[in-house]
Design a protein around this ligand. Structure first.
Ligand code: ACO
Length: 428
């Protein structure tokens, strides 16, 4: 079979043969198709990148129709059952699972960099008492770039590696500080005797005790959630990371941009919206009325639907199992029954079936976060902590891609043609 496609331009009658590689044509191959000598050449128009591959990648594979998610080839189900978040972060960033010496070195490097400069703490103290934690998080990550001037050396692989370790290590610290600030508790310093998640829980919830001991079931549940959220190929925030990083800005600034993209309720902010929606619905008997409003286009069922998954999101399945383990320790979240009823009714409804709308990762994650004692407005921050390793893996892949160029889309200009300036007194 010939791996080409033939295009006939009916405007000129000319025929073009374009190569097909990995199921795609190169948009630049369209440029040769011109209606006349002064024609710029054909472009493809794809608002919101519905059908455009913006890069090649070897990190995450998704088959949205089959509900498959793999990091570096490993099924998400196996990683969630057998791995840890830091091991998965290593895998995503380096391409292969670490051997024990590599894992030990990676974990101890991350531990070495959990602290933030005291001035970062002071910087965070400047936020208003009711500032949204995600706003604080985004700004603080951006502020980190001012502390590490070597981060500008983006073409130096050793410098890139150092910033990656720092970012992965400091995210839980910044996240926990946003929480402590919002409730007016003194910031708790990292405890490097503890693992990544146990240390995060300690920085969140430690009071006056010498050592904070997290419940191992809850610690593991958090690990699973972090694994599930680590990467998801070219989503809105990964695209922001690559786009901002493509101008050679430092990784702190690019990560802050990615976190800002994540914050939106259509992306990582959906977990927060799901909880607010469940509270607003209030009880199971109100579910049919709510679904009616969704059908009428008055509101969205948050935590449902996905650009790529047209089947059950495999992460949502795993989260449901994790929720059971958590609720055995914390007692059942009363909103769970409501969420289950919402899912049951939605999955029977024609509106959702015909549009292939299924629960996504955000539908159930908030119920677990809530059971862990994490307030609703912290949920997007909880997403950003583990997604940082994914963003950085996408950034590193882009930086070492021989095809890397500044991201700069084209537009279809539909505005006014050239016209002459009219002085103010002559304007109507
Ligand atoms: N509730 C009700 N209707 C929905 C929903 C929803 N959650 N999601 C999509 N639809 C409808 C749309 O209105 C549209 O209907 P139409 O064809 O009659 O116009 C159809 O389904 C297709 O939806 P699009 O918005 O075109 O799908 P798109 O791929 O652009 O959007 C998105 C995907 C943003 C995730 C969307 O499904 C949504 O808004 N979901 C709710 C927010 C959410 O849960 N976001 C988290 C996604 S996962 C993540 O980012 C981590």
């Amino acid at each position: 079979m010939k791996e080409t496609i033939t295009v006939i331009d009916n405007r000129t009658g000319k025929t073009y043969e374009l190569p097909v590689t990995h199921g795609t044509i190169r948009a630049m191959d369209l440029r040769q198709i011109k209606s006349g000598d002064d024609d710029f050449g054909l472009m493809s128009y794809d608002p919101a990148f519905m059908n455009t591959a913006s890069c090649t990648s070897r990190i995450t594979y998704i088959d949205g129709d089959k509900g498959i998610l793999r990091y570096r080839g490993y099924p998400i189900e196996q990683l969630a059952e057998k791995s840890t978040y830091l091991e998965v972060a290593y895998l995503i960033l380096n391409g292969d699972l670490p051997n024990s010496a590599q894992l030990e070195e990676w974990e101890s490097n991350v531990k070495l960099h959990t602290m933030v400069h005291e001035n970062i703490k002071k910087f965070m103290e400047g936020f208003h008492y009711d500032a949204h934690p995600m706003g604080m998080f985004i700004s603080t990550v951006a502020a980190l770039s001012t502390y590490f001037s070597d981060a500008k050396r983006i073409n130096d692989p050793l410098s890139r590696r150092a910033q990656i370790i720092r970012l992965v290590a400091k995210m839980p610290t910044i996240a926990a500080y946003t929480y402590r600030h919002s409730i007016g508790r003194p910031y708790a310093y990292p405890d490097n005797d503890l693992g990544y998640n146990a240390n995060f829980l300690s920085m969140m919830f430690k009071m006056t005790e010498q050592k904070y001991h997290a419940n191992p079931v809850l610690e593991r549940a958090l690990d699973v959630l972090f694994i599930l959220h680590a990467d998801h190929e070219q989503n809105c925030s990964a695209n922001a990371m690559r786009s901002v990083g493509s101008s050679n800005s430092d990784p702190y600034s690019a990560t802050a941009a990615a976190a800002a993209a994540l914050y939106g309720p259509l992306h990582g902010g959906a977990n927060e919206e799901v909880l607010r929606m469940l509270v607003q619905i209030g009880s199971k008997d109100k579910v049919p009325e709510f679904i009616k409003r969704v059908r009428a286009g008055e509101t969205k069922l948050m935590g449902f639907g996905h650009r790529v998954y047209k089947n059950y999101d495999p992460r949502a399945k795993i989260i449901k199992q994790t929720a059971d383990a958590v609720f055995e320790v914390t007692g059942k979240n009363p909103l769970l029954d409501l969420a289950l009823e919402l899912e049951r009714i939605a999955l029977e409804e024609d509106y959702f079936i015909t549009r292939k709308l299924y629960p996504n990762v955000d539908f159930y994650s908030g119920l677990i976060y809530q059971a862990l004692g994490i307030p609703t407005d912290m949920f997007p921050v909880m997403f950003a902590i583990p997604r940082t390793s994914g963003w950085l893996a996408q950034w590193e892949e882009m930086m070492t891609d021989p095809e890397k160029k500044i991201v700069r889309p084209r537009q279809v200009y539909l505005g006014a043609k050239q016209r002459d300036y009219v002085s103010l007194e002559k304007r109507k």
